[in-house]
Design a binder for this molecule. Structure first.
Ligand SMILES: Cc1ncc(C[n+]2csc(CCOP(=O)(O)OP(=O)(O)O)c2C)c(N)n1
Ligand SMILES: [Mg+2]
Length: 543
């Protein structure tokens, strides 16, 4: 067996062959063979403090690069910890692969150490979830996982790796090496593109809804071209607030008047309010273009047979085709688009001067008025928003080309891992994470990862000693005297970060914030600016 390789070596070398550079991981019995095998490759193991953080990093890598990020965790509890974070990646349409160690095949059904049905557990939060069955085909399995993650609507894929397969020796001529070329969804036929363009030209007030997978520099540029070509406003719906997200200004008032909605790879779901009911034209026409037949069918069902047009197609290619063919065809006047853009840019005038009523506290708008020039200083800035009400103020007040939010899954907690992944990918771009005091508690220990790996970024923490988003629901739905179970302490998270080796700042007055930001940036360390804020409901913007 001179030319034989361990299953673990096949895994490590397959990842390397597929262009993977970093593996986001946390050690455990089932995967130590892969740690060992990585020594013979150029793979960089970035190890973190909770398995969910590894998944969040792989998710961020996928969003930033369009290439699958790779997380690797141990079996049983490690896998269980990782699974929740897959939900965030699924909602964000982020290509990533979770590799989980797994009880040995000969232990299954016999009460093996940390044995649990891992593929079943991850299935609802993955595009595909499976367990390797032979050592010789481990590479092919990894290639398949990468391929599925990046094809069609991108998303997370899970693959469990039984520990005995990782230890098994395989003759080199028996090894099936991977092939991960993504399979493209069908192209949008020219005739269908022309029909879509004719619908847009005939509509008085058309809008285009785009999916989270276009929330990156190339996706935004593509949508801007499509908007210019069709004169139909094109927006990304990537937040649980959907059309009412404050990032979109007063756009929900525009949607109310739309007579045509083009779903360009955007699921007809709660973020679109299913395009029916209060706030929608009862005769609105809907077009669904999607890589997944099931979502076109769902749109048809939701529209009760009134779907104007449905097509199964790759989103980016569909956009390119629409742009190319719109150039030749009839164009509409730009009046409606101009109106929509005014609504999208709408921010209440009061935000320019509003201040907190409580001494020693800042209003969220004060924080983001100060932060904005720092964010805008560099077009490559990566902005990360995570949490409840405070972060939504940040989303609406900080215009950037590159941002990651917790997304359609509405799942809080990923931001510090997102920041770490962003810094690994981008050695020079400014990276700001905006998050709440409840949210920072999920993964504050990732500051240790950041310090250990020298990954500087600035976290701006809005501390209102409250899970405010939920507290606001209590106030609204049940009354002030029934608010409970959401209070926190005004804890000194900045001191925690300093204790972990990072840089901490504590701010109670707006005048002190610029200095704190300057010192945080100059420290060259992962930094947390703990800003004491007034509890303020997330912004709602209407025309
Ligand atoms: C994983 C997860 N757990 C719970 C929630 C519910 N939730 C959404 S926002 C929020 C409050 C966040 O508090 P904080 O980070 O302090 O932000 P604030 O609203 O106070 O600005 C909670 C508990 C969620 N969306 N995701
Ligand atoms: Mg809070």
């Amino acid at each position: 067996m001179t030319n034989a390789l361990r299953g673990a070596d096949i895994v490590a070398r397959s990842l390397e062959r597929l262009g993977c550079r970093h593996v986001f991981t946390l050690s455990g019995n089932h995967i130590m063979s892969v740690f060992d095998a990585a020594l013979e490759t150029k793979l960089d193991l970035v190890h973190v403090r909770h398995e969910a953080a590894a998944v969040h990093m792989a998710d961020a890598w996928g969003r930033l690069t369009g290439e699958p990020g790779v997380a690797m965790v141990t079996g049983g509890p490690g896998h269980a910890n990782a699974v929740g974070a897959l939900f965030t990646a699924l909602g964000a349409e982020s290509p990533m692969v979770l590799l989980s160690g797994h009880a040995a095949t000969w232990e299954l059904g016999r009460g093996g150490f940390q044995e649990i049905r891992q593929a079943d557990m991850a299935a609802p939060v993955s595009k595909a979830s499976f367990t390797a069955t032979s050592a010789a085909t481990l590479g092919r399995d990894i290639g398949e996982a990468m391929r599925i993650a990046a094809s069609g609507r991108p998303g997370p894929v899970h693959l469990s790796l039984p520990s005995d397969l990782l230890e098994e020796m395989v003759e080199s001529n028996a090894i099936v090496w991977p092939d991960a070329r993504p399979v493209s969804a069908p192209t949008l036929p020219a005739s269908v593109a022309d029909a879509v363009l004719a619908e847009i030209a005939a509509a008085a007030r058309p809008v285009v809804f785009a999916p989270p997978q276009l929330s990156n520099v190339s996706g935004r540029a593509l949508l801007a071209k499509l908007e210019a070509a069709t004169k139909a406003p094109a927006v990304i719906l990537e937040s649980p607030r959907g059309i009412a997200d404050a990032t979109l200004g007063a756009f929900s008032d525009i949607v109310q008047r739309a007579d045509l909605i083009v779903l360009l790879g955007k699921a007809l779901d709660f973020t679109t309010r299913w395009a029916t009911g209060k706030g929608f034209d009862p005769n609105v026409r809907v077009i669904a273009i999607d890589p997944e037949a099931a979502l076109v069918e769902r749109a048809a069902r939701e529209m009760d047979g009134r779907l104007a047009l449905g097509s199964i197609a790759d989103i980016r290619q569909a956009a390119e085709t629409l742009i190319a063919r719109a150039a030749a065809g009839k164009t509409r006047s730009g009046g409606w688009l101009a109106e929509a853009r005014v609504a999208l840019d709408n921010r209440p005038a009061a935000w320019a001067s509003v201040t907190a009523q409580t001494p020693g506290r800042l209003h969220p708008a004060e924080v983001f008025r100060v932060l904005r020039p720092y964010v805008e200083r560099d077009p490559d800035t990566v902005l990360i928003c995570d949490g409840g009400e405070f972060a939504q103020w940040g989303q609406s007040m900080l215009p950037v080309r590159r941002r990651m939010i917790n997304g359609v899954a509405g799942s809080i907690g990923g931001s510090l891992s997102f920041a770490n992944a962003a810094r690994l990918r981008e050695p020079n771009a400014p990276i700001f994470a905006v998050l709440g005091d409840g949210t920072i508690g999920f993964h504050i220990s990732e500051f240790e990862t950041a310090v250990r790996r020298n990954l500087p970024f600035v976290a701006v923490l809005g501390n209102d000693a409250l899970w405010n988003a939920e507290s606001q629901i209590q106030l609204r739905e049940y009354g002030r005297d029934r608010m409970h179970g959401c209070d926190l302490t005004p804890a000194r998270y900045d001191l925690v970060v300093a204790a972990l080796g990072g840089h901490g700042e504590y701010v109670e007055n707006a005048a002190d914030l610029p200095g704190a930001i300057e010192r945080a940036l100059a420290s060259g360390k992962p930094a947390c600016i703990n800003v004491m804020i007034e509890s303020t409901a997330a912004p709602v913007i209407r025309l």
